[in-house]
Design a protein around this ligand. Structure first.
Ligand SMILES: Nc1ncnc2c1ncn2[C@@H]1O[C@H](COP(=O)(O)OP(=O)(O)OP(=O)(O)O)[C@@H](O)[C@H]1O
Length: 247
């Protein structure tokens, strides 16, 4: 894989298998043939309506679940973090300990990680809750801790979902400002949303998912324009992802 490519999805697919009886399983293919490349500094939007496979793809990109088909190549040493969901936090630990643990898992020494704690506490607006266990948090509080932790711990690829677009108005504004500041440089971003206008604020390129297939890909302007006017229906043949255009 060439050096400036951080993430490469090769015909990624995912099939959910749920048990519906003793020996009976229900299979549902949530993603099929999704291919794209993300280079350093790219800001990629993943657009799609409800049930199109966005969350499934994000979980694969974050390394939470492996694809059941195809492969995902991640360049060595690349740190990626799924913002806002706070996945991977330990519920029995405090916000501070979780933030510390996350920073150390990203490769920071204990003293480096400790030096970021005040910023994380301040940015997350958790106040005294920062010293309380995560199981006492609302989902919004977990999101804020997840976002603040990722922001201050040098993540290569920010994986952002639309949870940022809901919730506390003050935090939303802060998060937007922080994103704009961070995204000016070489920061890479993958932003999933059902809202074309939301992703257009942050992203340059877009990929539109419909029922698990890539329906269109290209500049965010072109894809958003098609997405806004099109009825929800798949346009690509099964297993055929067009992939992102090469920069
Ligand atoms: N655990 C699961 N078991 C079986 N099917 C699932 C599971 N999770 C999701 N699905 C199905 O997979 C498809 C894709 O779901 P996914 O959550 O990835 O879509 P989404 O685009 O994120 O949707 P939304 O915008 O509504 O959150 C949907 O049809 C959904 O019903």
């Amino acid at each position: 894989m060439s050096q400036d490519i951080l993430i490469k999805a090769n015909r990624v697919g995912f099939t959910y298998k749920s048990r519906v009886g003793f020996f009976k399983y229900f299979k549902h293919q949530a993603l099929s043939g999704v291919s794209f490349e993300l280079k350093r500094g790219d800001k990629l939007a993943i657009l799609g309506r409800n049930g199109s496979g966005k969350s499934t793809l994000m979980q694969i990109l974050a390394g939470i679940i492996p694809p059941t088909h195809g492969s995902l190549e991640v360049s060595a040493g690349v740190k990626r973090s799924l913002l806002t969901l706070g996945l991977g936090f330990r519920k029995d630990l405090t916000g501070r300990d979780n933030a510390l643990l996350s920073a150390m898992l990203q490769g920071y020494s204990r003293s480096e990680a400790l030096s970021h704690m005040d910023e994380i506490k301040e940015f997350s607006m958790l106040k005294d809750f920062f010293e309380r266990p995560i199981f006492t948090y609302s989902s919004g509080m977990r999101s804020r801790l997840g976002f603040a932790t990722a922001l201050y711990t040098g993540i290569d690829v920010l994986l952002l979902d639309e949870a940022l677009a809901v919730g506390d108005a003050t935090f939303k504004k802060r998060a937007r400002e922080a994103m704009n500041e961070k995204l000016g440089g070489n920061q890479s971003l993958i932003f999933v949303s059902h809202s074309a206008s939301e992703v257009s604020k942050f992203c340059d390129t877009a990929l539109w998912l419909e029922k698990g297939f890539i329906c269109a890909s290209g500049s965010v302007r072109d894809v958003a324009a098609q997405y806004k006017v099109a009825p929800a229906k798949p346009m690509a043949a099964p297993g055929v992802g067009k992939g992102m255009p090469k920069a």
